[in-house]
Design a protein around this ligand. Structure first.
Ligand SMILES: Nc1ncnc2c1ncn2[C@@H]1O[C@H](COP(=O)(O)OP(=O)(O)OP(=O)(O)O)[C@@H](O)[C@H]1O
Ligand SMILES: [Mg+2]
Length: 237
């Protein structure tokens, strides 16, 4: 397994929001983390990045525990995290944002090559290289945030709500891009509220409810699961 989370708890102060969660992402897998608002999806990604500490349990990447490593070292070991609401550096240009994604030694050495590659994936970013990031549209900023993540040469790309506020056409483009990223051997763990959309693209999914995992499995099985219907539609089963 590329990423293994075992039985973690997460608290904000005294307030526990994640209870005994275990989750795995394999090599070249696309995995969806699903759940209603406030169920703890972002907290889990933030815990993997160590923006938020966990209590109990363990997080391992490529078989090595990474729980205590500081956040800034995460890209160096191969984890890229595209935060909720596509946070780019607003007053830097597109190119400056991209180059900042490649700050660790290995990524820096491959910068020119990576830039060519992300421009191949997102041609618009090349034509807008000198534009200030905050003047890009929402969809373009999401592309930029993902491209910046890829500049760090990740083995795991984590994306928090990639489709939020994007038009169906941009969503369709992004889905195609995610599939290509995975085809290149990079695993993706993404958070999404639209269950059908998420499970139509992911290999597997995990469903959180109030900080606890209620069901997980292959996408096809989850789409028809009563638990998923109950969590998202409030259906009685
Ligand atoms: N910094 C924080 N301090 C205190 N509580 C927090 C903090 N961040 C999140 N929480 C709480 O933790 C719980 C889980 O929040 P989280 O943001 O992980 O949920 P989410 O599933 O990502 O929700 P959404 O779909 O709305 O983005 C919520 O009850 C939230 O209020
Ligand atoms: Mg969230």
């Amino acid at each position: 397994m590329l990423l293994e989370i075992r039985n973690i708890d997460v608290l904000y102060g005294d307030f526990q929001v994640i209870w005994d969660v275990s989750l795995e992402v394999g090599d070249g897998e696309m995995v969806a983390l699903l759940g209603p608002n406030g169920s703890g999806k972002s907290t889990i990604l933030n815990t993997i990045s160590n923006l938020v500490p966990h209590r109990n349990g363990e997080i391992a990447f490529e078989g090595t525990p990474i729980g205590d490593e500081p956040t800034f070292k995460r890209t160096g070991i191969g984890i890229a995290h595209v935060l909720e609401r596509r946070r780019v550096f607003p007053h830097l240009t597109v190119l400056q944002n991209l180059l900042l994604g490649a700050w660790h030694d290995k990524a820096k050495a491959a910068r020119a090559e990576s830039l060519k590659k992300v421009y191949g994936i997102f041609p618009k970013l090349e034509t807008r290289a000198d534009q200030l990031a905050h003047t890009m549209s929402g969809g373009e900023q999401q592309m930029l945030a993902i491209a910046r993540g890829l500049m760090g040469l990740p083995r795991l790309l984590m994306v928090d709500e990639p489709f939020l506020g994007l038009s169906p056409m941009v969503v369709r483009d992004l889905i195609g891009i995610f599939k290509n990223v995975v085809a290149e051997g990079i695993s993706i763990l993404f958070v999404e509220q639209n269950v059908r959309l998420a499970l139509s693209m992911a290999d597997r999914g995990y469903v959180l409810e109030s900080g606890k995992l209620v069901v997980s499995g292959d996408s096809e099985a989850l789409i028809d699961s009563d638990e998923v219907r109950r969590v998202f539609l409030g259906d009685k089963v």
